[in-house]
Design a protein around this ligand. Structure first.
Ligand code: NAD
Length: 375
């Protein structure tokens, strides 16, 4: 086995860390910054508090960002960066805001629309302005990945754009920022964390450092996601989910995700299921499919977490989804029988090739058909 490991993002973890933004920015010599914020924080006042914490280093706010950010969001943000001669960006929000900011920090150094890059016509030069990521959900791990997932409604695609330019200079992980996440979003983003941990582990590109992080992260999700879901103000559970989220980001960053993420893209773009819930929709099914792969290494993983085997872990994932009122069957998700073939075809995203059990159109269809009835 051969592998390499690198991780260029400085991580600053701790409740209340966001209040020291001025010192953190000064440490990097950053000034004339743009705050790219989820619109919810402009409404509830957090964006203006964060600007205050920066003591003048953040001079503008951009918040025109939709969930599953669009190429238009990125182009608008890049235009503002150019117009105002912005020197760095601080991104405050979930994966949507972070991904919009990541792409804008490179697009702003070009005369082009992000569509040129997202459609594969052009590649980025190594030219970008620095990004400080401040995640407010425990979910995507976007703060440690070189990925920005963007939607292009005109081309009808939601797809990842990948560039080493997108690694933030630093990520500030402050669990206090996640205390306001509503329960349904806690559930969805938390299951995204579990998908990253499991898929990073079973990806064909798995490697030992990421395996260890996957195990640590999955253990935390099984212990702390439900408490965070049931009591939004449970700071201990929120902190542990923040830890799980960043560790899971590191667990899948190099091995990449596999079948559940491949399926999540059409589940979100066609059936409008939020990203984490879309990953969770097939996660227990893929746990069963992958249970025996590579001499049953997933059984070993499950046993280290206290399950009887990988099938026991799959049962527990299904139980968690039930307990958090998430979609379990095709009917719950609003997927009609006659659309299953199309869904299976759209699920043949390149990430599917990382699945340890080869999945062709027929086996993807069979997997979706297994979600017909409540088990
Ligand atoms: P999100 O950023 O879309 O936010 C979901 C909702 O939660 C929004 O309505 C937002 O306003 C709200 N919200 C966020 N933080 C909040 C808070 N602290 N309090 C109250 N409300 C809050 O959700 P997400 O799951 O973090 O990100 C999903 C996006 O990230 C998708 O587009 C997904 O494809 C992408 N993604 C990216 C990567 C990556 O490596 N870049 C990995 C996985 C997923």
């Amino acid at each position: 086995m051969e592998w390499t490991y690198s991780q260029p993002v400085k991580l600053i973890f701790g409740t209340g860390k966001v209040e020291s933004l001025d010192k953190i920015f000064a440490g990097f010599g950053l000034k004339n910054g743009l705050l790219v914020s989820d619109p919810v924080f402009v409404k509830n006042g957090l964006a203006s508090k964060v600007s205050d914490y920066s003591r003048g280093a953040l001079i503008e706010v951009f918040s025109d960002i939709t969930p599953n950010p669009t190429v238009t969001n990125v182009d608008d943000c890049a235009r503002l960066i150019r117009e105002k001669n912005i020197e760095f960006v601080a991104a405050l929000g979930g994966g949507s805001s972070l991904d919009c900011a990541k792409a804008a920090c490179s697009v702003c150094r070009t005369p082009y629309s992000v569509v040129e890059f997202h459609s594969g016509k052009r590649k980025f030069e190594k030219d970008f302005i620095p990004l400080i990521a401040i995640p407010t959900t425990s979910g995507t791990g976007s703060e440690v990945t070189p990925v920005a997932v963007l939607s292009d409604p005109e081309r009808g695609v939601k797809a990842p754009l990948v560039s080493d330019n997108f690694f933030p200079m630093c990520a500030i992980i402050d669990a206090a920022l996640t205390l306001t996440v509503p329960s349904a979003i806690t559930a969805s983003t938390g299951m995204d964390v579990l998908s990253h941990a499991l898929e990073g582990f079973w990806s064909k590109n798995h490697q030992p450092i990421c395996d260890a992080m996957a195990l640590h992260s999955a253990r935390l999700v099984f212990e702390y996601l439900l408490p965070a879901y049931l009591d939004a103000g449970n700071l201990e559970a929120r902190e542990k989910m923040s830890e799980a989220s960043v560790m899971a980001g590191l667990a899948f960053g190099l091995p990449k995700t596999a079948g559940s993420h491949a399926c999540s893209f059409p589940l979100t773009s066609v059936y409008h299921i939020p990203h984490g819930e879309a990953c969770a929709f097939t996660l227990d099914a893929f746990t069963r499919i992958n249970a025996e792969a590579e001499n049953g290494r997933l059984h070993g993983f499950a046993r280290m977490l206290g399950f009887t085997d990988a099938y026991g872990m799959a049962d527990s994932i299904l139980e968690m989804k039930r307990a958090m009122n998430m979609k379990i069957t095709l009917a719950d998700a609003g997927i009609p029988e006659e659309k299953l073939e199309e869904l299976a075809r759209l699920s043949q995203h390149p990430n599917m090739l990382n699945n340890p059990v080869a999945m062709d159109l027929e086996s993807i269809l069979k997997m979706y058909r297994s979600l017909k009835e409540k088990s």
